[in-house]
Write a protein that binds this ligand. Structure first.
Ligand SMILES: [Zn+2]
Length: 274
C-alpha cells in the first residue's frame, strides 16, 4: 500500500468513525401524509350553516405518520380499511354528509414505507368520529393519547369509544408527547367534547399544526364557520382562536385535514416532509 492510499484509508476510516459517533438527531425526523379516505359531501352547508346550501363538495381524509427519534407516531387512522373493498363506498345516514371511499388502504401505505403496525409505538386521534378512528385496532399495542373528555364521552347506547384493553393515556389539556416539544397534542374542544389537534416541529419545514376537525376547510377557517353538528360553538371558536394564536406566535402552518384543495398542494406519501 503506498503512503497516499494508506493515508486516505486511515482518513476515510476516521470519517466513518465520526459518522458513527454522531448521535441520532433527537426529535421529529420526518412526516408522511397518508391517504385515509376521499369522499363527497352531499351539502356543505352542514358544515357552514346558511352558506353554500345544497352544494356538494369533495372531502379528503388524511392520516399522518411521524418518525420521531423515539419511534413511529401516528396521528388519526381515517376511514376503516374495509371500505376500500366496498364498490360503492360508505354512504352516510344523512345524505348531506360525506360518502366515503378508500382509494388506498392504510395497511398498504405503511407496507410501502416498510413500517409494520407493531412499529407504531404511539398514536393519537383528533376525535372519535368514524372517519378518524377507523383503524385504531390495527395498532392494539400502541399507546393512545386521547382527551379524558373524549374517552369518557358515551357513544351510541352508552357504548365505550375505545376497547378497554387498548393502552391509553387520558389527557386533560395540552400534552408534549416525547417531552422535547416536537409533538404536542393541543386540546381544541368544540367539534366534540375532547377534540384535539397536533403541533409537529419538523427540522426543515418548521412547525405545522394538524387541524383534526377543529376546522374542516379553509373557507370555514377564514370566516370562522362552525358546523351545526358541533357540540359547542363557543368552544369551537375558542379553539380556532387558540390555533390562530399559536400559528402567529410560532410562525406555524395550518394543515386542514379535510380540505382537498390544500391536500392537493401537499406532498403525499411516499414523499415526506422533514
Ligand atoms: Zn372528520
Amino acid at each position: 500500500m503506498n503512503r497516499a492510499v494508506g493515508l486516505a484509508a486511515v482518513l476515510s476510516l476516521a470519517a466513518i468513525g465520526l459518522m458513527k459517533a454522531e448521535p441520532a438527531k433527537a426529535g421529529v425526523e420526518k412526516l408522511y401524509i397518508l391517504n385515509c379516505g376521499e369522499g363527497t359531501a352531499g351539502d356543505i352547508s352542514r358544515w357552514s350553516p346558511g352558506v353554500n346550501e345544497g352544494k356538494s363538495m369533495d372531502f379528503v381524509d388524511n392520516c399522518y405518520l411521524i418518525k420521531h427519534s423515539q419511534g413511529w407516531f401516528l396521528w388519526d387512522t381515517g376511514i376503516p380499511d374495509a371500505v376500500a373493498d366496498m364498490a360503492n363506498g360508505l354512504a352516510p345516514a344523512d345524505p348531506r354528509s360525506v360518502t366515503w371511499h378508500r382509494p388506498k388502504k392504510l395497511a398498504a401505505q405503511l407496507e410501502q414505507l416498510g413500517v409494520k403496525p407493531s412499529d407504531v409505538k404511539a398514536m393519537a386521534v383528533s376525535h372519535t368520529h368514524p372517519d378518524h378512528i377507523g383503524n385504531v385496532e390495527m395498532f392494539p399495542n400502541a399507546m393512545l393519547y386521547v382527551q379524558k373528555a373524549e374517552y369518557e364521552w358515551p357513544g351510541a347506547n352508552g357504548a365505550p369509544r375505545f376497547k378497554a384493553e387498548h393502552p391509553v393515556t387520558r389527557l386533560e389539556g395540552d400534552h408534549d408527547v416525547f417531552g422535547d416539544g416536537s409533538i404536542v397534542v393541543l386540546s381544541t374542544p368544540g367539534h366534540t367534547p375532547g377534540h384535539q389537534s397536533l403541533l409537529v416541529k419538523l427540522p426543515k419545514t418548521g412547525e405545522v399544526i394538524l387541524s383534526g376537525d377543529a376546522v374542516h376547510f379553509k373557507a370555514n377557517w377564514d370566516n370562522r364557520g362552525v358546523p351545526a353538528n358541533n357540540v359547542s360553538k363557543e368552544q369551537t371558536l375558542a379553539s380556532m382562536q387558540k390555533i390562530a394564536d399559536r400559528l402567529s406566535k410560532d410562525h406555524a402552518q395550518l394543515w386542514i385535514n379535510h380540505d382537498k384543495a390544500q391536500r392537493d398542494s401537499l406532498k403525499m406519501s411516499p414523499e415526506f416532509y422533514d
